[in-house]
Write a protein of this length. Structure first.
Length: 200
C-alpha cells in the first residue's frame, strides 16, 4: 500500500490509522467518542460505529498496548497469510467482537479499541504457530503463544472497564480463521514471504 508516496505494509497502515485517530480524538474526546464509539443501545442508529470504534482508544496506555501487540503479532502473521487476508481477519474480528458487545454488554456503555481485532490475530496465530515462544511482562521465561493468548484473554476479562465481549468475539473469529488457514495449507511458507510481493 502507498501513503503519501511511501510504501507501507498493512500493519503499518493500521497502526498509523489508529495513531491518527487518537490524535484527532484529543481535539474533542467527548464529541469523537460519543459519535464514533460503539454504544449498544444506539448501534442500529449508528451502524458505522461497528467499524469506527475499532480505531478509537481511551488513553495513551490503551493505544500503546494495542499497537505494540498489533505490530509484533501482525507482522509475524502477515508473513504467514499475506496482507489481504490479514486485513480481512482484522476487520471481521473487530466487527464480530463488536457484535458481541451489542448483545452482551451494558446497553449504555461505550466501547472503543482495537482489542477485538487484535485478539483475532492472536487466535489465528495460536492455531498456526501454537508453540511459538513469546515473553509476557513480567514473566522472565518464554511462554508458548497459545498459553499467552488464552491467558491474556482470561486475565484481561477480569479487569474492570475491559470489553471482554469484544475480546471473546475476536478470539473466536481468529481461531476459526486459523483452522481454515491451517486446513488449506496456508502459513506453511517462509515467514518472510510478504516482502516478496507488492501488496504488503
Amino acid at each position: 500500500m502507498r501513503i503519501l508516496g511511501y510504501d507501507t505494509s498493512v500493519i503499518e497502515t493500521l497502526v498509523l490509522a489508529n495513531v491518527l485517530m487518537f490524535i484527532i480524538t484529543l481535539i474533542n474526546p467527548n464529541l469523537i467518542i460519543n459519535n464514533l464509539g460503539l454504544q449498544p443501545s444506539l448501534a442500529l442508529e449508528r451502524p458505522w460505529t461497528l467499524v469506527t470504534s475499532m480505531f478509537l482508544h481511551g488513553g495513551l496506555w490503551h493505544l500503546f498496548a494495542n499497537m505494540f501487540t498489533l505490530f509484533f503479532f501482525g507482522n509475524y502473521l502477515q508473513g504467514l497469510i499475506g496482507g489481504r487476508d490479514l486485513l480481512k481477519l482484522y476487520v471481521v474480528g473487530g466487527i464480530l467482537g463488536n457484535i458481541l458487545v451489542i448483545f452482551l454488554a451494558d446497553p449504555n456503555s461505550i466501547a472503543v479499541g482495537a482489542s477485538g481485532a487484535i485478539f483475532a490475530l492472536g487466535g489465528t496465530l495460536s492455531v498456526l504457530r501454537p508453540n511459538l515462544k513469546v515473553f509476557i511482562i513480567p514473566l522472565p521465561v518464554p511462554t508458548p503463544l497459545w498459553i499467552a493468548v488464552i491467558g491474556g484473554f482470561l486475565v484481561l476479562s477480569l479487569m474492570p472497564s475491559i470489553s471482554w465481549q469484544a475480546h471473546l468475539g475476536g478470539l473466536v473469529t481468529g481461531l476459526v480463521f486459523g483452522y481454515y488457514f491451517k486446513k488449506n495449507g496456508v502459513g506453511r511458507e517462509d515467514i518472510y514471504r510478504f516482502y516478496d510481493y507488492g501488496y504488503r
